[in-house]
Ligand binder design. Structure first.
Ligand code: PAF
Length: 289
Protein backbone atom coordinates (compact mmCIF):
# COMPACT_ATOMS: atom_id res chain seq x y z
CA UNK A 1 0.00 0.00 0.00
CA UNK A 2 2.38 2.74 -1.03
CA UNK A 3 1.10 4.82 -3.90
CA UNK A 4 0.32 1.69 -5.88
CA UNK A 5 -3.24 0.93 -6.90
CA UNK A 6 -4.18 -1.65 -4.29
CA UNK A 7 -6.49 -4.27 -5.87
CA UNK A 8 -8.72 -4.58 -2.80
CA UNK A 9 -8.93 -0.82 -2.31
CA UNK A 10 -9.05 0.26 -5.95
CA UNK A 11 -7.24 3.60 -5.54
CA UNK A 12 -3.63 4.50 -4.66
CA UNK A 13 -2.74 4.92 -0.98
CA UNK A 14 0.28 7.17 -0.33
CA UNK A 15 2.17 6.70 2.93
CA UNK A 16 4.65 9.58 2.73
CA UNK A 17 4.50 13.27 1.67
CA UNK A 18 6.92 12.81 -1.25
CA UNK A 19 4.67 10.30 -3.06
CA UNK A 20 1.54 12.27 -2.22
CA UNK A 21 3.04 15.50 -3.55
CA UNK A 22 4.34 13.85 -6.75
CA UNK A 23 0.80 12.58 -7.44
CA UNK A 24 -0.69 16.01 -6.68
CA UNK A 25 1.83 17.78 -8.94
CA UNK A 26 1.10 15.35 -11.79
CA UNK A 27 -2.65 15.97 -11.44
CA UNK A 28 -2.17 19.72 -11.33
CA UNK A 29 0.05 19.53 -14.45
CA UNK A 30 -2.85 17.69 -16.13
CA UNK A 31 -5.08 20.66 -15.16
CA UNK A 32 -7.08 18.67 -12.62
CA UNK A 33 -8.30 20.66 -9.61
CA UNK A 34 -7.67 18.83 -6.34
CA UNK A 35 -10.15 18.59 -3.48
CA UNK A 36 -8.83 17.40 -0.11
CA UNK A 37 -11.02 15.79 2.55
CA UNK A 38 -8.98 15.56 5.78
CA UNK A 39 -10.20 12.79 8.11
CA UNK A 40 -9.03 10.70 11.03
CA UNK A 41 -10.66 7.64 9.47
CA UNK A 42 -13.54 5.56 10.86
CA UNK A 43 -15.43 7.01 7.94
CA UNK A 44 -19.19 7.49 8.26
CA UNK A 45 -21.88 9.06 6.12
CA UNK A 46 -20.76 12.55 7.17
CA UNK A 47 -17.28 11.96 5.73
CA UNK A 48 -18.70 10.28 2.63
CA UNK A 49 -20.88 13.31 1.95
CA UNK A 50 -17.73 15.52 2.05
CA UNK A 51 -15.99 13.15 -0.37
CA UNK A 52 -18.97 13.15 -2.75
CA UNK A 53 -19.11 16.95 -2.67
CA UNK A 54 -15.39 17.22 -3.36
CA UNK A 55 -15.67 14.72 -6.23
CA UNK A 56 -18.48 16.80 -7.73
CA UNK A 57 -16.46 20.03 -7.51
CA UNK A 58 -12.93 18.85 -8.41
CA UNK A 59 -11.24 16.70 -11.04
CA UNK A 60 -9.43 14.75 -8.31
CA UNK A 61 -10.27 14.08 -4.68
CA UNK A 62 -7.70 13.10 -2.07
CA UNK A 63 -8.85 11.78 1.31
CA UNK A 64 -6.34 11.90 4.12
CA UNK A 65 -6.67 9.30 6.86
CA UNK A 66 -4.50 10.07 9.85
CA UNK A 67 -5.32 9.86 13.55
CA UNK A 68 -3.37 12.90 14.63
CA UNK A 69 -1.75 12.23 18.02
CA UNK A 70 -0.87 15.87 18.71
CA UNK A 71 -4.48 17.09 18.72
CA UNK A 72 -5.57 14.72 21.51
CA UNK A 73 -5.36 16.08 25.05
CA UNK A 74 -6.18 12.66 26.52
CA UNK A 75 -3.86 9.78 25.52
CA UNK A 76 -6.66 7.25 26.33
CA UNK A 77 -8.95 8.98 23.84
CA UNK A 78 -6.19 8.71 21.19
CA UNK A 79 -5.55 5.03 22.00
CA UNK A 80 -9.27 4.21 21.69
CA UNK A 81 -9.70 5.99 18.36
CA UNK A 82 -10.67 3.36 15.74
CA UNK A 83 -8.01 2.54 13.10
CA UNK A 84 -9.30 0.70 10.01
CA UNK A 85 -7.26 1.94 7.07
CA UNK A 86 -8.15 -0.72 4.48
CA UNK A 87 -11.92 -0.53 4.84
CA UNK A 88 -11.80 3.28 5.12
CA UNK A 89 -9.69 3.62 1.96
CA UNK A 90 -12.06 1.29 0.08
CA UNK A 91 -15.10 3.28 1.30
CA UNK A 92 -13.41 6.56 0.27
CA UNK A 93 -12.79 5.14 -3.21
CA UNK A 94 -16.40 4.03 -3.54
CA UNK A 95 -17.61 7.51 -2.56
CA UNK A 96 -15.51 9.06 -5.35
CA UNK A 97 -12.00 9.60 -3.93
CA UNK A 98 -9.12 9.17 -6.39
CA UNK A 99 -6.34 8.72 -3.82
CA UNK A 100 -5.77 8.30 -0.10
CA UNK A 101 -3.00 9.86 1.95
CA UNK A 102 -2.30 7.83 5.08
CA UNK A 103 1.08 8.64 6.65
CA UNK A 104 2.14 6.96 9.87
CA UNK A 105 2.75 9.09 13.01
CA UNK A 106 6.49 8.46 12.59
CA UNK A 107 6.40 9.85 9.05
CA UNK A 108 4.28 12.83 10.09
CA UNK A 109 6.23 13.60 13.26
CA UNK A 110 9.71 12.08 13.10
CA UNK A 111 11.77 12.10 16.24
CA UNK A 112 12.82 15.62 17.17
CA UNK A 113 9.82 17.23 15.44
CA UNK A 114 9.33 20.64 17.04
CA UNK A 115 7.60 23.00 14.60
CA UNK A 116 3.98 23.84 15.31
CA UNK A 117 1.33 26.18 13.92
CA UNK A 118 -0.41 28.10 16.68
CA UNK A 119 -3.32 30.51 16.60
CA UNK A 120 -4.46 33.03 19.19
CA UNK A 121 -8.03 34.22 19.73
CA UNK A 122 -10.71 32.00 18.24
CA UNK A 123 -8.82 28.82 19.02
CA UNK A 124 -8.80 29.65 22.74
CA UNK A 125 -12.54 29.45 23.50
CA UNK A 126 -14.93 26.43 23.61
CA UNK A 127 -12.96 23.29 22.65
CA UNK A 128 -9.73 25.30 22.80
CA UNK A 129 -10.38 26.26 26.42
CA UNK A 130 -10.85 22.67 27.59
CA UNK A 131 -8.54 20.71 25.28
CA UNK A 132 -5.03 21.97 25.70
CA UNK A 133 -3.09 22.36 22.43
CA UNK A 134 -5.96 20.81 20.46
CA UNK A 135 -6.11 23.50 17.77
CA UNK A 136 -2.34 23.76 17.64
CA UNK A 137 -2.41 20.05 16.69
CA UNK A 138 -5.16 20.63 14.13
CA UNK A 139 -3.44 23.66 12.54
CA UNK A 140 -0.11 21.85 12.39
CA UNK A 141 -1.48 18.70 10.79
CA UNK A 142 -3.71 20.56 8.32
CA UNK A 143 -0.70 22.66 7.26
CA UNK A 144 1.26 19.47 6.59
CA UNK A 145 -1.69 17.90 4.73
CA UNK A 146 -2.02 21.02 2.55
CA UNK A 147 1.70 20.89 1.72
CA UNK A 148 1.49 17.21 0.76
CA UNK A 149 -1.79 17.12 -1.19
CA UNK A 150 -1.60 20.65 -2.71
CA UNK A 151 -5.38 21.06 -2.80
CA UNK A 152 -7.36 23.82 -4.49
CA UNK A 153 -10.23 23.21 -2.08
CA UNK A 154 -10.49 21.50 1.30
CA UNK A 155 -13.71 20.20 2.87
CA UNK A 156 -14.62 20.30 6.56
CA UNK A 157 -17.87 19.52 8.38
CA UNK A 158 -19.88 22.22 10.16
CA UNK A 159 -20.25 19.88 13.17
CA UNK A 160 -16.74 21.01 14.08
CA UNK A 161 -17.70 24.65 13.55
CA UNK A 162 -14.80 26.03 15.56
CA UNK A 163 -12.30 23.84 13.69
CA UNK A 164 -13.75 25.03 10.39
CA UNK A 165 -13.38 28.69 11.45
CA UNK A 166 -9.84 28.10 12.74
CA UNK A 167 -8.71 26.35 9.54
CA UNK A 168 -10.34 29.00 7.35
CA UNK A 169 -8.55 31.78 9.27
CA UNK A 170 -5.26 29.89 9.16
CA UNK A 171 -5.51 29.33 5.39
CA UNK A 172 -6.19 33.04 4.88
CA UNK A 173 -3.55 34.35 7.25
CA UNK A 174 -0.81 31.96 6.10
CA UNK A 175 -1.63 32.60 2.41
CA UNK A 176 -2.52 29.06 1.49
CA UNK A 177 -4.07 29.10 -2.00
CA UNK A 178 -6.80 26.79 -0.70
CA UNK A 179 -10.51 27.48 -0.57
CA UNK A 180 -11.84 26.08 2.72
CA UNK A 181 -15.37 24.77 2.26
CA UNK A 182 -17.77 24.15 5.14
CA UNK A 183 -20.34 21.39 4.68
CA UNK A 184 -23.59 20.89 6.54
CA UNK A 185 -23.68 18.48 9.50
CA UNK A 186 -25.05 15.07 8.55
CA UNK A 187 -27.41 13.70 11.21
CA UNK A 188 -28.89 10.36 12.14
CA UNK A 189 -32.70 10.20 11.73
CA UNK A 190 -33.10 11.11 15.44
CA UNK A 191 -30.90 14.19 15.05
CA UNK A 192 -27.62 12.94 16.55
CA UNK A 193 -24.76 14.43 14.54
CA UNK A 194 -22.71 11.72 12.83
CA UNK A 195 -19.35 11.19 14.46
CA UNK A 196 -16.75 8.42 14.56
CA UNK A 197 -17.20 8.50 18.34
CA UNK A 198 -20.88 7.45 18.17
CA UNK A 199 -19.77 3.85 17.60
CA UNK A 200 -18.40 3.83 21.17
CA UNK A 201 -21.80 4.57 22.74
CA UNK A 202 -23.51 1.66 24.50
CA UNK A 203 -27.18 1.17 23.57
CA UNK A 204 -28.54 3.22 26.49
CA UNK A 205 -25.94 5.93 25.93
CA UNK A 206 -26.85 6.11 22.26
CA UNK A 207 -30.45 6.87 23.26
CA UNK A 208 -29.30 9.46 25.82
CA UNK A 209 -27.06 11.10 23.19
CA UNK A 210 -30.16 12.43 21.45
CA UNK A 211 -30.22 15.13 24.14
CA UNK A 212 -27.48 17.13 22.40
CA UNK A 213 -29.59 17.90 19.34
CA UNK A 214 -32.76 18.23 21.45
CA UNK A 215 -31.04 20.88 23.56
CA UNK A 216 -29.89 22.79 20.48
CA UNK A 217 -33.40 22.64 19.01
CA UNK A 218 -34.81 23.95 22.28
CA UNK A 219 -32.46 26.96 22.06
CA UNK A 220 -33.46 27.50 18.45
CA UNK A 221 -37.17 27.39 19.28
CA UNK A 222 -36.73 29.93 22.09
CA UNK A 223 -34.59 32.12 19.88
CA UNK A 224 -37.22 32.05 17.12
CA UNK A 225 -39.79 33.08 19.72
CA UNK A 226 -37.66 36.15 20.44
CA UNK A 227 -35.52 35.07 23.41
CA UNK A 228 -32.23 37.02 23.20
CA UNK A 229 -30.85 36.44 26.69
CA UNK A 230 -27.96 33.99 26.20
CA UNK A 231 -28.06 32.98 29.89
CA UNK A 232 -31.70 31.87 29.51
CA UNK A 233 -30.91 29.98 26.33
CA UNK A 234 -28.02 28.22 28.09
CA UNK A 235 -30.23 27.34 31.05
CA UNK A 236 -32.85 25.83 28.75
CA UNK A 237 -30.20 23.67 27.08
CA UNK A 238 -28.72 22.68 30.45
CA UNK A 239 -32.18 21.52 31.59
CA UNK A 240 -32.56 19.24 28.55
CA UNK A 241 -29.09 17.72 29.02
CA UNK A 242 -29.48 17.52 32.81
CA UNK A 243 -32.52 15.25 32.37
CA UNK A 244 -30.27 12.51 30.91
CA UNK A 245 -28.30 10.82 33.72
CA UNK A 246 -25.31 9.58 31.65
CA UNK A 247 -24.78 13.09 30.24
CA UNK A 248 -22.16 15.44 31.70
CA UNK A 249 -21.85 18.94 30.31
CA UNK A 250 -18.36 20.13 29.40
CA UNK A 251 -19.57 23.44 27.96
CA UNK A 252 -22.74 25.02 26.64
CA UNK A 253 -22.29 28.43 25.05
CA UNK A 254 -23.90 30.94 22.77
CA UNK A 255 -21.05 32.38 20.71
CA UNK A 256 -20.33 34.80 17.93
CA UNK A 257 -19.95 32.64 14.79
CA UNK A 258 -16.82 34.54 13.67
CA UNK A 259 -14.87 35.23 16.87
CA UNK A 260 -16.28 32.31 18.90
CA UNK A 261 -16.50 34.61 21.92
CA UNK A 262 -19.37 34.05 24.37
CA UNK A 263 -22.35 36.35 23.91
CA UNK A 264 -24.66 37.84 26.51
CA UNK A 265 -27.21 38.75 23.86
CA UNK A 266 -27.91 36.17 21.18
CA UNK A 267 -28.51 37.70 17.77
CA UNK A 268 -29.93 35.74 14.82
CA UNK A 269 -26.93 33.95 13.31
CA UNK A 270 -25.29 33.37 16.71
CA UNK A 271 -24.08 29.83 17.31
CA UNK A 272 -25.35 27.58 20.09
CA UNK A 273 -22.49 25.14 20.76
CA UNK A 274 -22.02 22.35 23.25
CA UNK A 275 -19.66 19.59 24.31
CA UNK A 276 -21.17 16.83 26.40
CA UNK A 277 -19.80 13.57 27.75
CA UNK A 278 -22.18 10.64 27.42
CA UNK A 279 -20.52 8.13 29.72
CA UNK A 280 -16.88 8.52 28.70
CA UNK A 281 -17.60 9.51 25.09
CA UNK A 282 -17.17 13.20 24.35
CA UNK A 283 -19.60 14.56 21.75
CA UNK A 284 -19.87 18.06 20.29
CA UNK A 285 -22.57 19.72 18.22
CA UNK A 286 -23.83 23.18 17.29
CA UNK A 287 -26.70 24.99 15.61
CA UNK A 288 -27.00 28.46 14.13
CA UNK A 289 -29.83 30.35 15.83
O1 PAF B 1 -11.90 16.72 12.03
C1 PAF B 1 -11.00 15.86 12.01
O2 PAF B 1 -11.23 14.69 11.73
C2 PAF B 1 -9.57 16.29 12.33
O3 PAF B 1 -9.55 17.27 13.31
C3 PAF B 1 -8.75 16.71 11.09
C4 PAF B 1 -9.33 17.95 10.43
C5 PAF B 1 -8.71 15.57 10.09
C6 PAF B 1 -7.31 17.03 11.50
O4 PAF B 1 -6.70 15.94 12.11
Amino acid sequence: MNGKQDKKIGIPVFRAPEGMRAYALSQRAAKQAIGLVPTMGALHEGHLSLIRRSAAENGRTVVSIFVNPIQFDDPRDFARYPQQLESDAAAAGKAGADAVYAPSPAVMYPEGFSTFVDMAGISETLCGSVREAHFRGVCTVVTKLFHAALPDRAYFGQKDAQQLAVVRKMAKELDFPVEVKGCETVREPDGLAMSSRNARLADKERIAARCLYRALCEAETLSRAGERDAARLREAMQAVIGAEPPARIEYIEIVDPVTFESLETAFPGALAALAVYIGDVRLIDNLTL
